[in-house]
Structures are given as structure tokens and as C-alpha cells.
Ligand binder design. Sequence first.
Ligand code: NI
Length: 209
Amino acid sequence: MAVLKIARMGNATLRHPCQPVKDPTAPAIRALVSDMVETMLDAGGVGLAAPQVRVPLRLVIFQLPPSRADIEDAGADDVEGGHEDEDAASGATDPTTLPLHVLINPVITPLGEETALGWEGCLSLPRMRGLVPRYTHIRYSGVGLDGKPFECEAKGFHARVVQHECDHLDGILYPMRMTDLSLLGYNDEWARHPLDAPAADRPDAKAAE
Ligand code: NI
């Protein structure tokens, strides 16, 4: 096992569609997943896609903290988070004890047209987050490490995580899904200037005049 370097926005591997995994049961794929798990836990993330560790294959991993695995999209949770993100670090659950989801060659089908805005961060865009529209209800299928196909439904935060991670496999980062880029910003600025605070009450309002 090894902690791998995480590619940041701009890296070529993050900008191109990835190739299908030919043999999900290959030892090299199992080794890759082990390294990705260690990398994700080291970075304090919820999910990780293979291209984020510079491997252009259609494979993602994620974990669902119990507080975020329920049906509702809580609206204030980051998808990948990271240690520098105080929200992501506030969970009391030991991430090493959470079930690990491994999706190989995943396919997503939206169930219905409904979308919702929710906060997302990404280990490839450190210290930032944005409000991203995602389908609220999806079906996804893929293959596991055992080579067996599976299919399941997901709602809320679970559905959001799957959409975020699988977008990486097509060279899509979450800002590319945003419809209002004024809702993209640095975590420390969001902490100082919450969206619901009137502009006149924000600490920098007078300084800007
Ligand atoms: Ni990401």
C-alpha cells in the first residue's frame, strides 16, 4: 500500500475520458484500489477516482459516512472534502471502519428529472467548494472487485457522490457542472461570508467601498 500523489485541476489525466478496466479481478486492480483507499483516507476524502491518482481507468471508490448516507441530501456536505475542510474533518466516525464501495466501469442512469443543489469539494481542487446541481435519484451499475456485475439505486448524498466520482472518469470536474460560478469559492471565505449573510453585513462590505 502506498499514499499516491493526487492530481490537481489542470493535470492532463483529469481532462480526458478514461478507459474501461479490462479485468476487474486482476491483481494490479486490487493493488490500485488498496493504494487509492490509503490515499483517500490520508487526504480525509469521502471518495476518489482513479484519474485523480493519474491512472486513466474507469474505477472509483467512496465511503458514505452514516450521517450522510441517508436519503436526504443534507445540503451542507462536501463530496470529497479533505483535511483542510473543517466540515469534512468534524465527523466523529472513524473512516477506516466504514464500508468501502468500489465501482468499476460504472454506468449512471438518472431516475427522473429532479435535481438539487448541494455543496461539493474535490481533492483535486483543494480548499474550495461550490454549489453543484445533481440528479437526486439515480440508478448505477458496474462491476466489483470480484468481477461480478451489480446494480443499485441511490438518492441524495449517495447519488451526489456517485455522480461526482463518475464524472472524473469522463474528464469532468464539479465546476464544469455548476450553473452559477459565483457559488464557487474558497472554504475559508465561505466560512467568513456565508451565503445567507446579507452583503451589507459581511465584514468586507465597508472595506470595499
Ligand atoms: Ni473529485
